[in-house]
Write a protein that binds this ligand. Sequence first.
Ligand SMILES: Cc1ncc(COP(=O)(O)O)c(C=O)c1O
Length: 407
Amino acid sequence: MVVKQRASNRIRLLEDPMKPIETRVKKLQNEGKRIISLVSGDPINAGGFTPPEHVVRSLVMAAQDKKNYGYSGYLPWGLELKRAIADRQKKDHGIFYPPDRIVLTYGGTNAIDLLYFSLFDPKDELLVPEPTYHLFVFLTQCYRTKFVTCRSDETNDWLPDIDDLRTKISEKTKCIILVNPNNPTGAVYNEKILREFVNIAGEHDLVIISDEIYDMTTFDGVKAISIASVAKDVPCIILNALTKSYLVPAFRQGFICFHDPEEKINELVEKTNTFASKMLPMSALIQKASIDVLKGPTEFRKDLLKKLEKRRDYAWKRLNEIDGLTCVKPKGSYFAFPKVDGIGRIWKSDKDFLLSLLEEEGIVLRLGSMFGEKYGVEHFRVSFLFPINTMREAYDKLESFMKRHVS
Ligand SMILES: Cc1ncc(COP(=O)(O)O)c(C=O)c1O
């Protein structure tokens, strides 16, 4: 290939670790083999959940108003949406964000990308408790930042090991990145641990980034605490979206809230806002509907969480009944992160494990190493969003597979 015509170094080096598995899935499907995938985090198409009535009504109403087919920049919805987000954050987490401290994004995904773009230069060190959401790993390659990981303790509900974290701080550390509630482990961080993160960040002038997209998806009466609510002087950047808490992945409506009581990151906030206003023009239709969605009732969540908790219980019980697997009970999110006894012995790697499971039983799971090159390699991620009948069939097959291989 002519060098001039090749992709930028930024994306040339990107790798999708799931590609070999997905390629194999396509081949098997073409041969007519039945495949069951427990990979997805889509509450609608994987979970079979329906967006609440008022959500659909809001979108229909927005679609019936001609002006919502124009550019959003000339309409008041952006500001109104920021106010509705501020009300939501105040009600759910007790923190008030003025509209100029909120940036609207295309879902949580774009919020993460925008932050990498605005905050990091190559070689900056990002301190991250592993396992973590795979997009943070992915973008780290893209932006040439350095991912420095600390361990999370599987024997302690997957809570990050703060002593380990302290040893990983260097002159180049710029921020701590948290995913709470956690994808892939399902951990929900308690107030004590959140305070420790804040103290460490304060001692070293670090910024905290917290992905809180599952803040309304917790079980057993556990409440997700936003780290901003325990940070008095440390800047915390909170990422969230309507995706999971309002069952609207298709809206692609995300947001970033900057909590910065001592105004230490004004430049970052202002520049990110400027960039977003030029480069991320939002859909007026979706903005208008999102305002109504945020202002609407939230009772639908009770039933949703009850159903999800049942599915979580089923998945967790089945996983722990299978010889060779152990799994910490997820307290939030849609995912569990079981450990496989035999990776490194029976199977060379998590990839080999997943490929033979796929080949022999037609089951697709996500690679543990995608979420932690160091601390996820003996694991896989499984979504418990699925109806119990689907999970039963998949877990029966997983059980037969493990019986055949682990004795
Ligand atoms: C932890 C986490 N952050 C961000 C995202 C991306 O959210 P969105 O679908 O709104 O782009 C997801 C999606 O599953 C997620 O699990």
